[in-house]
Design a protein around this ligand. Structure first.
Ligand SMILES: Cc1cc2nc3c(=O)[nH]c(=O)nc-3n(C[C@H](O)[C@H](O)[C@H](O)COP(=O)(O)O)c2cc1C
Length: 427
């Protein structure tokens, strides 16, 4: 069953307007926070909820907020990461387009919790409509005095800025995002120092994903325990999964953590297309290893998907049926990652280029004996050797495909043609 919490009013076209949002109980959590809670209490409630970051890494939100030094004389910043560039992921966009005030309210509460008076929403450059709707929501919030000076007469001030991104996948990586926001080229920074200690303009900064922040008002309204009562022991609450590929009903579905992958694909997504069967599934965005149909009952939570050999990541589930050539899939992916590598780290900058050359020539039927071993070696030399995980993101699906579907790559090299396409397209 879908469990719509963040998505409760997602189908109401008026939800984008502040009056409808307030009529649906919106900004109550913000008022409660400012009038009745100390920042430490907000952090405690979020810790109790077990909310983990929805941007990919699954880091506990309350713990991250607690890392902000309490005694720093510097300003603190809250950043909503709305870059959403991981192929397959399209949930943050929907939250911003169809319930933008939920994001504004979550950002406001998080900003208060860390003692910030300036919050940024960094929206992917190509997201023209979500950025416009977020700007409209922020303006409405100012007009209703939910933002600005002396909010609810409590003496607390908060300003909010919507900033469009640099149009690069790397700008979603939190330290590259900070550089981009500062007007620099989007390139990752070495950690430590972590952003919570030294982030934007070298000041304490918390970066959280859109979906993470949109969950916060619900946690404040209903309590951390209520949120923690949903999901599994270590993966609490609900999660929005972006289901795409070879299914009858692709779309965004909010379900409790721990819901079986098979339920998402077969019940909510309508299952594979008629007459076809599933060959491979990417469970957490294009940088996560493939799952096989035999693993379709894996529960959708961080631990279970890791135990199945992949990652929950951003929750983008991509289904591929038996007509899909895995060499072609990997060629498309490495093309993307090579293009998006920021170039700072040599293994990623050079390695993704070499991988693209090798994989493209195999895909074209021009592969040579020894190419697969070269690919293995290049992957080994990128994994874990870069400042940010973009290098890992580029090689994990390749390593996984070579492990699970090596015979398809070998067939391309040996026969100079595609095993899958010859079976399905040329009949
Ligand atoms: C290459 C790369 C791209 C990323 N893109 C995004 C993104 O588009 N949106 C996002 O929220 N997190 C993205 N992340 C993860 C962020 O670095 C960071 O972990 C996240 O914004 C923290 O928020 P959370 O704790 O709420 O998940 C990306 C990470 C990497 C390595």
């Amino acid at each position: 069953m879908e469990k719509r919490i963040l998505f409760k009013y997602i189908d109401d076209p008026n939800q984008i307007h502040i009056d409808t949002y307030i009529a649906h109980g919106g900004y109550k959590a913000w008022e409660k926070t400012l009038k009745t809670m100390q920042p430490a209490q907000v952090i405690d409630e979020v810790k109790k909820s077990g909310l983990r970051g929805r941007g990919g890494a699954g880091f506990p939100a309350g713990m991250k907020w607690n890392f902000v030094p309490k005694d720093s004389p510097k300003p603190r910043y809250l950043i909503c990461n709305a870059d959403e560039s991981e192929p397959g992921t399209c949930k943050d966009r929907v939250l911003m387009e169809q319930d933008p005030h939920g994001v504004v309210e979550g950002m406001a509460i998080a900003a208060y919790a860390i003692g910030s008076h300036l919050a940024f929403c960094y929206v992917r450059g190509e997201f023209v409509k979500p950025a416009a709707l977020m700007e409209q929501a922020v303006k409405e919030a100012y007009d209703k005095k939910m933002l600005g000076k002396n909010i609810f007469g409590t003496g607390y001030d908060l300003n909010m800025v919507v900033h469009t991104g640099g149009g690069a996948y790397i700008c979603g990586e939190e330290t590259a995002l900070l550089n981009s926001l500062e007007g620099e080229r989007g390139m990752s920074r070495i950690r430590p120092p972590f952003p919570a200690v030294e982030g934007l303009y070298a000041c304490p900064t918390v970066v959280n994903n859109v979906e993470t922040l949109a969950a916060v008002p619900h946690i404040i309204n209903n309590g951390g325990e209520w949120y923690a009562s949903m999901g599994t022991e270590k993966s609490k609450g609900t999660k929005i999964f972006s289901l795409s590929g070879h299914v009858k009903k692709p779309g965004n579905y909010e379900v409790e953590m721990g819901t079986p992958l098979s339920y998402l694909i077969s019940e909510l997504g309508g299952g594979p297309l008629d007459g076809h069967k599933i060959k491979a599934i990417i469970p957490g965005g294009s940088s996560t290893p493939f799952l096989l149909p035999s693993q379709i009952d894996a529960p959708l939570d961080y631990e279970s998907i890791a135990a199945a050999g992949s990652m929950l990541g951003s929750g983008a589930v991509i289904v591929m049926d038996e007509r899909t050539c895995m060499v072609w899939v990997i060629e498309r992916l490495i093309h993307f990652y090579r293009h998006e590598s920021c170039g700072k780290c040599t293994p990623c900058r050079e390695g993704t280029g070499w991988l693209e050359q090798l994989i493209s020539r195999i895909e074209r039927g021009e592969g040579k004996p020894g190419d697969l071993e070269k690919i293995d070696s290049i992957c080994d030399n990128i994994l874990g050797r870069t400042i940010c995980p973009l290098g890992d993101a580029a090689v994990m699906p390749i390593q996984s495909a070579l492990k699970l579907f090596r015979d398809e790559f070998q067939y391309h090299i040996d026969h100079k043609k595609c095993l899958v396409k010859s079976e399905f397209e040329f009949k």
